[in-house]
Design a binder for this molecule. Structure first.
Ligand SMILES: Nc1nc2c(c(=O)[nH]1)N[C@H]1C(S)=C(S)[C@@H](COP(=O)(O)O)O[C@H]1N2
Ligand SMILES: [Mo]
Length: 320
């Protein structure tokens, strides 16, 4: 773990609600997880609440919490307030509408500029790769944020395994297209599949992970089961979910939100309090479950020390 505490968030800013403990809720959530939560979000029904509630942090996450020094969002918040347009556009839609989605078995097609392209079974692809718990702040572009205990592995270990060639400057990720299981894909909400990209050095950075779980359990469908990207210094939309293909490419891929609205969204999507979104300031953020913008937003989402060298010399207003 190399996550450090963002320097400018005094502990007094941490929402008081998030500190209290509700042991019973966590035990229920853990039991639901063991009973197959990943394929049946309706198991969560009894846990869903309109506002996120906190729960006791499982012992396994206690250290990470102290390293990032911000309270974790509750399991309910993390799994019932999502963006995943394949299941609808409202924040509660993914939890509600993803019950028919089948994340196993799963294959990932790896192609383009690499020596070992192919269709890999997810379990084979991950065999021998070290899994780790990581706590990252996810910061959505609509200026809300959550602190989420992910489980996954460094994207770099997968990249090294398939041996990119010298022409591999970018990675392009795609979400599965399965309209029969993803009701949102039956409509032209976005141009399916959802596409995202990273520059090779961003993809190789040790903070960049492919997550397979959250709170020590497999990812629920609404969070991008069985495999999704987590890039902690970028806005939430970089975190492409339910990934079925990864291509090594020479030229910068056109990611979904840039294609959709290039005035508002770019390729880099680095969290930047100094650059306003055309429709709102990005200087402050709302840390769920607060209703207010109670947090100052930090450059690169608080990870500047670790990642700013990647963008040295770039005009970050232009390359938003
Ligand atoms: N396939 C796909 N991936 C997606 C999205 C989406 O609509 N479809 N939404 C993105 C956005 S806008 C955000 S903020 C994050 C939310 O991730 P979370 O639900 O795990 O918090 O997922 C991202 N990944
Ligand atoms: Mo987002």
């Amino acid at each position: 773990m190399i996550i450090r505490r963002p320097p400018d968030i005094p502990s007094s800013e941490i929402t008081p609600e998030s500190v209290y403990v509700d042991r019973r809720k966590f035990i229920q959530a853990a039991a639901a997880g063991a009973a197959g939560l990943a394929v049946n979000p309706s198991a969560l029904a009894g846990l869903q609440a309109p506002t996120a509630q906190s729960q006791e942090i499982p012992p396994r996450f206690a250290n990470m919490r102290s390293e990032i020094d911000e309270a974790l969002n509750s399991y309910e918040a993390v799994t019932t307030y999502n963006n995943f347009y394949e299941f609808g556009t409202a924040k509660e839609d993914p939890a509600r509408n993803s019950g028919d989605f089948n994340p196993r078995p799963w294959k990932v097609t790896i192609g383009g500029e690499c020596n070992k392209p192919g269709e890999y079974d997810l379990d084979d692809l991950m065999s021998g790769i070290t899994m780790e718990d990581r706590v990252y702040r996810l910061r959505c572009v609509e200026a809300w944020s959550m602190v989420i205990p992910w489980y996954g592995f460094q994207l770099s270990s997968l990249i090294n395994r398939v041996e990119p060639t010298g022409n591999a400057n970018f990675l392009m990720f795609k979400t599965i297209v399965r309209p029969e299981e993803m009701p949102g894909q039956r409509q032209a909400i976005l141009n399916w599949p959802y596409v995202e990209g990273l520059r090779m050095d961003e993809a190789m950075h040790p903070l960049t992970i492919l997550a397979t779980g959250v709170y020590g359990m497999d990812l629920p469908n609404q969070n991008g089961a069985p495999l999704r990207l987590v890039v902690p210094w970028k806005y939430g939309f970089k975190g492409v979910k339910s990934i079925v293909s990864i291509d090594f490419v020479e030229r910068m891929p056109l990611n979904t939100w840039q294609r959709q609205n290039s005035v508002e969204y770019g390729f880099y999507a680095n969290v930047n309090p100094n650059v306003s979104h055309p429709r709102w300031s990005q200087a402050r953020e709302r840390r769920l479950p607060s209703l207010f913008k109670n947090h100052p937003t930090t450059m690169f989402n608080g990870y500047a020390e670790q990642v700013q060298h990647l963008y040295a010399g770039m005009d970050l207003e232009r390359w938003k």
